[in-house]
Design a protein around this ligand. Structure first.
Ligand SMILES: *Cc1c(COP(=O)(O)O)cnc(C)c1O
Length: 392
């Protein structure tokens, strides 16, 4: 049974390992999030924004040419069609409504590639809330268009200059700011990571993905459950959303796809479950790429959204318990899969999502199987990477 316990643990992973000064913020959220999320007023506003602003339900598309090639019935869950181009907006819409109900005036967020930053700046504009996004200085240089997108939307983007000046450092900076402004500020975390209740809260906002899958597959196939669900995992929010209503359906295989970067044993990888050991990162106990003495190892992936040294605690538990099957896909193979999907289906996927497609080459399944691949985002943001790679 995959379910979070009252202290935020999935098996041995999760919890809230936080400095004492963060305790009031986390406690306020923990005490209120379920009550608010389950209230009719919240549901009404959330459902209506998902429908008319985000563009839900996203289609479940039978990919005929891909199915022919891979000899199974393959459906794509089209999160790439969400407003702002990926699933991340499902979570930011949920959290901004929650923040309003908690009477917060200011929003802070961290971002790596800028996708979560853009999704946060978007909902802040929508709600007229002040928005500050922390971003590693190196990432700001690498992801200029997203920095400008956030600025156009009215957000302030603040460089994080510590450490490797990337996502981990931006997260540290956002947490530091939150400690200093506990009363009026809400911190919107972008994946199923961080201290309890964030991982479960974000998973529940994203669980709309698998709720829709069930209804849509029932309509198309006469059954709610596919044989496999495949999703890429950075922190793990699109995967958690795609798996959520299938956790306790043992006939559904849950395939989580991590980034192997230049190769699992190359030293330049983000294959956390293969390489990680239990440790604490950003407030929760999880699997973490680390040195013998517990220093975080810098990850590498060609896809910025998968370039994270940890993994959400629920995925660490799916891995340890064997409920999830974990696959690692190298940069080169992900890029090839991205081009293949473009050519076969007329859809240029985000490079994160391309990893999920490439997993079809690494797993066994039957020709009678129904497979859903969660197409987490579109490839517009990755055009530069596709062009630099060039092999098409
Ligand atoms: C951010 C991102 C991811 C990775 O984040 P998860 O929390 O693991 O889902 C995957 N795909 C896209 C398109 C993204 O923007």
């Amino acid at each position: 049974m995959i379910k979070v316990d009252e202290n935020g643990f999935y098996g041995q992973f999760g919890g809230a390992y936080i400095p004492e000064m963060l305790y009031p913020n986390i406690e306020e959220l923990r005490e209120n999030y379920e009550l608010i999320m389950e209230s009719p007023a919240f549901r009404e506003e959330f459902d209506s924004l998902l429908k008319d602003y985000v563009g839900r339900p996203t289609p479940l598309f039978l990919a005929k040419r891909l199915s022919e090639k891979y000899k199974a019935k393959i459906y794509l869950k089209r999160e790439d069609l969400c407003h702002t181009g990926a699933h991340k907006i499902n979570n930011t819409v949920g959290q901004i409504i929650l923040a309003k109900k908690l009477n917060k005036k200011r929003i802070i967020a961290e971002t790596g590639a800028g996708q979560h930053g853009v999704a946060t700046a978007t909902v802040c504009a929508l709600m007229g809330m002040e928005c500050t996004v922390y971003m590693g200085a190196v990432d700001m240089e690498r992801q200029k268009p997203n920095v400008e997108r956030m600025r156009i939307l009215g957000a302030t983007v603040v460089p994080a200059n510590s450490g490797s000046k990337t996502l981990k450092d931006a997260t540290n900076e956002a947490m530091r700011q939150w400690i200093n402004n506990p009363v009026d500020t809400h911190y919107i975390i972008g994946s199923v990571v961080g201290p309890h209740p964030y991982p479960e809260m974000v998973a529940r906002f994203q669980s709309v993905i698998s709720a829709e899958m069930k209804a849509q597959l029932k309509e198309k196939e006469g059954r709610e459950n596919p044989d496999l669900v495949i999703a890429c995992v950075g922190g793990g929010s699109n995967a958690a959303g795609a798996f959520y209503h299938y956790y306790n359906e043992p006939s559904v295989r849950l395939i989580a796809v991590e980034a192997a970067g230049l190769g699992v044993s190359s030293g330049k990888s983000a294959a956390t479950t293969l390489l990680g050991k239990p440790g604490i990162l950003h407030g929760s106990k999880t699997l973490l790429m680390q040195t013998e003495d517990g220093q975080v190892v810098e990850p590498h992936s060609i896809s910025a959204g998968l370039d994270y040294p940890g993994i959400g605690p629920v995925h660490a538990h799916l891995f340890e318990s064997g409920r999830g099957e974990f696959v690692a896909v190298e940069d080169e193979h992900a890029m090839q899969a991205g081009i293949e999907v473009s050519r076969l289906e007329g859809i240029i996927p985000a490079i994160e999502s391309a990893h999920a497609f490439s997993a079809l080459n690494q797993i066994q399944y039957e020709p009678t199987d129904v497979i859903i691949i969660n197409l987490s985002g579109r490839g517009d943001k990755d055009l530069d990477t596709y062009i630099k790679w060039g092999n098409y």
